[in-house]
Design a protein around this ligand. Structure first.
Ligand code: NDP
Length: 480
């Protein structure tokens, strides 16, 4: 059985306490490997390696850092097939998705921040009439912690690591215990790319032990976290008394608002994707669909027909649209929400059942599920399910749908389908989310600020926002 190791100081190390956690393959429910359950001692080793590497890495020229990041990106591209297979096996997502989205995006993250750092600049302010000039230094923080979830494993892991090291920091990083494989493989790529030892250290283990040890470490000065809202709140509580810098990208319950004047076919195609891509396990999925009354019945018929045609299958089958959910416990949680919907008088328009795939009977498969709800206040419309489950309901007016869209604790993203420019502007201004997509979904430009409001998080990632997070601003005032 394959044993994953920690990557510390460019070495692959066993956990000091020799404790291990089983790693499951969601497509067949079998254990296929083990990962370290790293302790505070392992974190201390990773921290020391990062601390020792920092004085040199923080002073390495921008050109050299950029060159190494771009080299990592190229090596990921060269290893696309191997990484995509590993991601698909570990997570249950269709191989086609891992190959076209997850791994290419992980490569883009390194390339993007390798380029962005060469353009990152700071301000200067001449204090006119006072014979003084102020300039801002943007210095790396030192050792920082990056903690990421299981839904887009390498994609989100590298979205944090790349800007952190581009800005001159050294990193202690932990991927989700449920999907550790591609983070493990990344260590090999970093060595091959010539990333100096200790700049990136990857430790594996449970959130409650390994993750907690990173957050509690007094000298890890900043934490970039993506994951659930409850975990984010806990991390904030632990980190706040130590005055750590925090970036929290948390849950979502995103509205997909469809007006009758939209380009119908494009909307329909995209809505199937925004509902069920990655088995609905994307924080940006539009899980609450609101449809203007005049097209509601037509949409309902067409949408359900398309959803029923999606193929639930083994992740390695190239014709699969919906793979396996990430874990047994997550599958159970999603099924529980389908039961809650029934108790709340939701109407299951399609799906709702587990799927048995021949030869993979113990895998975690679920039909894509559409639930018609009569009120936006029911639990399935308010709580994050994070699976292949969406709700649909009609609305009559712009004010009504805006109120429903905003009446959740989350505020990550919203999608709006309309060809009315004035309405687009009105709604975009008033939607309480960090991101608004109009007539599209999940179209990403890595320069843009990414993040949520309300219970969806604090801070922004992406572009120079990420480089600002991973640096401290220092004002220098010189009188002449
Ligand atoms: P979790 O919050 O359970 O875990 C996220 C990461 O935090 C994992 O690596 C986990 O480790 C770790 N962790 C758990 N407890 C602690 C702790 N006490 N201290 C430090 N680290 C800890 O989220 P999931 O992995 O279940 O991911 C799903 C969630 O992520 C959803 O809510 C989703 O919306 C959100 N998400 C948000 C995104 C955004 O950009 N806003 C993007 C993608 C997902 P382990 O898994 O090993 O226990």
């Amino acid at each position: 059985m394959h044993k994953i190791k920690n990557y510390i100081n460019d070495q692959f190390l066993l956990p000091i306490t020799d404790e291990w956690i089983d790693n499951y393959n969601p497509s067949n429910g079998e254990i296929y490997g083990q990962i370290p359950n790293s302790s505070t001692e392992d974190i201390e080793e990773a921290y020391k390696a990062a601390k020792n590497a920092f004085p040199t890495w923080g002073q390495t020229t921008i050109e050299e850092r950029s060159r190494i990041l771009i080299k990592i990106s190229e090596l990921l591209e060269e290893n696309l097939q191997r990484f995509a297979e590993a991601e698909s096996k570990d997570n249950g997502k269709p191989i086609s998705l891992a190959k076209t989205v997850d791994i290419p995006r992980a490569a883009s993250n390194f390339r993007f921040f390798g380029n962005a750092i060469t353009q990152f600049a700071s301000e200067s302010h001449e204090s006119v009439g006072q014979n003084a000039i102020n300039y801002t230094l943007r210095q790396p923080i030192g050792v920082v912690g990056c903690i990421s979830p299981w839904n887009l494993p390498l994609y989100l892991f590298t979205w944090k690591i790349a800007p952190a090291i581009a800005a001159g920091n050294c990193v202690v990083a932990k991927p989700s215990e449920i999907t550790p494989m591609t983070a493990y493989l990344l260590g090999e790529i970093c060595n091959e790319a010539g990333l100096p030892k200790g700049v990136l250290n990857i430790v594996h283990g449970l959130g409650s032990t390994t993750g907690q040890a990173i957050v509690e470490h007094p000298d890890i000065k900043a934490i970039s976290f993506t994951g659930g809202t409850a975990t984010g709140a806990h991390i904030a509580k632990v980190a706040a008394p130590m005055f750590k810098k925090l970036s929290l990208e948390l849950g979502g319950k995103n509205p997909n608002i469809i007006f009758a004047d939209c380009d119908y076919n494009e909307m329909l195609e995209t809505t199937v994707r925004s509902s069920f891509a990655n088995q609905g396990q994307i924080c940006l999925c539009g899980s609450r669909i609101f449809v203007e009354q005049s097209i509601y019945d037509t949409f309902k018929t067409d949408f359900v027909k398309k959803v029923k045609a999606l193929k639930v299958g083994h992740p390695s089958d190239s014709t699969t649209n919906i793979g396996a959910l990430v874990s047994k416990s997550h599958l159970e949680k999603v099924i529980q929400y389908i039961e809650i919907a029934k108790e709340e008088d939701g109407i299951i328009l399609c799906g709702g059942n587990e799927v048995t795939i021949k030869g993979y009977e113990n895998g975690y498969y679920l039909e894509p599920t559409v639930i018609e709800v009569s009120t936006d206040e029911c639990r399935v419309n308010q709580e994050e399910i994070f699976g292949p489950v969406v709700t649909i309901m009609p609305f009559k007016t712009e004010d009504e749908v805006l109120e429903m869209a905003n009446k959740v604790k989350y505020g990550l993203s919203a999608t709006l389908w309309t060809n009315n420019l004035k309405r687009t502007m009105r709604m975009s201004n008033k939607l309480q989310t960090g991101i608004v997509w109009v007539n599209t979904w999940m179209m990403r430009d890595l320069r843009t600020p990414f993040g949520g409001v309300k219970a969806s998080g604090v801070g922004r990632e992406g572009g120079f926002e990420a480089l600002r997070f991973f640096t401290e601003a220092k004002n220098v005032c010189i009188k002449y």
